[in-house]
Design a protein around this ligand. Structure first.
Ligand code: FE
Ligand code: CA
Length: 543
């Protein structure tokens, strides 16, 4: 067991990996961030300890979470916030001692591990506990205490041992949860669903302003403070925005019920940014300061392990997890290292600029990491949870040759390098999990999308949004156009919800689950469509 973090943080910059221009901008951003947050520097006195008995309001308003299950380890998360919608969350800038327990049963009769950790003010009193030396493939229950306060109980699990035979696994994929677009009803249902692990594929929060009635939620029983009614830019802005999201009861229920494996897309920082290029081409030094704030708040508020802790504007978010011999998960970060969108972004016809070999979505280092990982994989299923649409999406309007420059269609050379790498590694059962587009798709990944007779090398399961885009409809106006112009697209639905995927030894099954509305609470869940793809014979068929 190790507590994260053990020590007050220092912002460090890996200068040896950076060019001079970038070094200067990153140093500027890191220095400004340190100034903005009053982080202690070497030699300053450590924060005092707060007597937890003096916390007079429930500090567990943001719930509990767990994440990144390993065979013998789980990561447990909470954040103390007696008044979550205020800067500082109603706690003085002092450390708070937090106790935690992990048990085999919900009633904590069989506690297998307990310990104490520290919530640091420098990390907004978030708590990240790595509990190690656990039994593989097992369900555990956990909770936190401080003073007289006890958190709700979370349920989590360890992954099966590496190399172990596992009959099946059910995962859920979710993305795009604009608070101001509606209620997180899909999460209420997901909390009750029988899944082993949830993958969050990005847009956990949106930087846009949230009105006092919660946008499309149209609250009549509460008034949200003005701090949310502006775009997030500073560290305090992002921290407060996580507090708004994390206080949602449906999101809390989903986190308490299942371990999450999270990765970000653009809106956790800013719409459609690419590396150090912001949406509106702000000076890179300025944007990297914003990125550092966004990345820092993300880590503080997610069940992430210590290797994912950002250093200034840089964070190692892409990582690999395994599930016995059944599955390898290569979780990508396609924002932090990408080259800028070609042709000025948006939907544009391909040009030499978009088709250039120098265009890369994950960055060349992450591309190699992924294809090397496939070469070494012994897993039956090679699953790639990531952000933007991987397979071609031809424009639904007849005769229109434009493609989305923000997705893999804007980086075709990068996609081709990965497909070549999958060929070389003889990856048999490739499945890409995608978010971002606020609709669900099921697509065959063709070796050559322009040749319908070419080999199907994998499948792409695109999950719709939790709320983004408001209610949506089962068949949007471009529904027939998309399906007609994309023979490899087997499913398209424009409602909100999530997808579950059962990975088995003979086939995988995807169930696309939708809610009828999100602008009113309490909608029912239905399974809109189900598909299977066979082991050794990729290609989607209706279940
Ligand atoms: Fe989104
Ligand atoms: Ca997005």
């Amino acid at each position: 067991m190790s507590n994260v973090p053990q020590h007050a943080p220092e912002l460090r910059v890996a200068a040896q990996h950076l060019g001079r221009r970038r070094f200067l901008t990153v140093t500027g951003a890191a220095a400004a961030l340190a100034f903005a947050t009053n982080l202690p520097t070497a030699g300053t006195a450590a924060a005092a300890e707060l007597d937890a008995r003096k916390i007079t309001n429930d500090p567990f308003t943001l719930g509990v979470a767990s994440g990144d299950p390993l065979p013998e380890s789980v990561l447990l998360w909470t954040r103390l916030a007696p008044t979550p919608y205020e800067t500082g969350s109603g706690l003085p800038a002092e450390r708070v001692e937090v106790r935690w327990e992990l048990a085999l049963d919900e009633r904590f009769k069989r506690v297998v591990r307990r310990g104490t950790t520290t919530a640091h003010p420098e990390f907004n009193h978030s708590v990240h506990v790595e509990v190690d030396h656990l039994a593989p493939g097992r369900v555990y229950y956990y909770r936190f205490r401080t003073g007289s306060w006890v958190s709700e109980t979370g349920r989590t699990r360890t992954a099966p041992a590496a190399g172990r035979h596992v009959p099946d696994l059910t995962l859920a994929a979710v993305s795009c949860q604009a608070y101001h677009d509606g209620y997180f009803t899909a999460y209420k249902h997901l909390a009750q669903d029988d899944v082993d692990v949830v993958f969050h594929l990005g847009d956990y929060l949106y930087e846009y302003a949230v009105t006092s009635v919660g946008g499309a939620r149209k609250y009549t029983d509460r008034v949200l403070p003005d701090v949310f009614n502006r775009e997030t830019v500073t560290l305090d802005d992002y921290r407060l925005r996580y507090a708004l999201y994390k206080s949602d009861p449906d999101l809390r229920a989903a986190h308490a019920a299942h371990p999450f494996v999270v990765t970000w897309d653009d809106h956790e920082t800013e719409n459609n940014y690419a590396d150090d290029t912001s949406e509106n081409d702000d000076p890179p030094a300025e944007f990297l300061l914003r990125r550092a704030s966004a990345y820092r708040a993300y880590w503080e508020n997610q069940p992430l392990r210590r290797p994912q802790l950002p250093h200034g504007p840089d964070a190692q978010l892409y990582r690999r997890l395994g599930w016995g011999r059944l599955a390898q998960f290569d979780i990508l970060d396609t924002r932090q290292y990408r080259t800028n969108q070609a042709n000025g972004d948006g939907w544009k016809s391909p040009t030499p600029e978009s088709e250039a070999a120098s265009q890369t979505l994950p960055g060349f280092t992450q591309e190699r990491w992924l294809t090397d990982g496939w070469r070494r994989s012994h897993a039956l299923w090679n699953v790639v949870p990531q952000q933007v649409t991987f397979a071609r999406r031809n424009n639904p309007a007849a005769g229109d040759t434009t493609l989305s420059m923000d997705s893999w269609d804007g980086y075709p050379a990068s996609r081709e390098r990965l497909l070549k790498g999958a060929d070389a590694a003889r990856v048999e059962n490739l499945m890409v999990l995608t978010g971002d587009v606020h609709v669900s798709y099921a697509m065959d990944i063709k070796r050559d999308v322009d040749d319908p007779g070419s080999r199907t090398v994998g499948t792409e399961i695109v999950t719709t949004s939790i709320t983004s885009g408001k209610d949506g409809s089962a068949k949007p106006s471009n529904w027939a156009g998309y399906l007609a112009r994309n023979p490899h697209m087997k499913h398209y639905n424009g409602q909100r919800g999530y997808v579950t995927v059962n990975l088995g030894e003979r086939e995988a099954r995807a169930d696309f689950k939708t809610v009828s509305a999100v602008t009113v609470p309490g909608a029912a869940l239905t399974t809109a469509a189900s598909f299977v793809t066979a082991v050794g014979d990729q290609g989607l068929r209706p279940a």
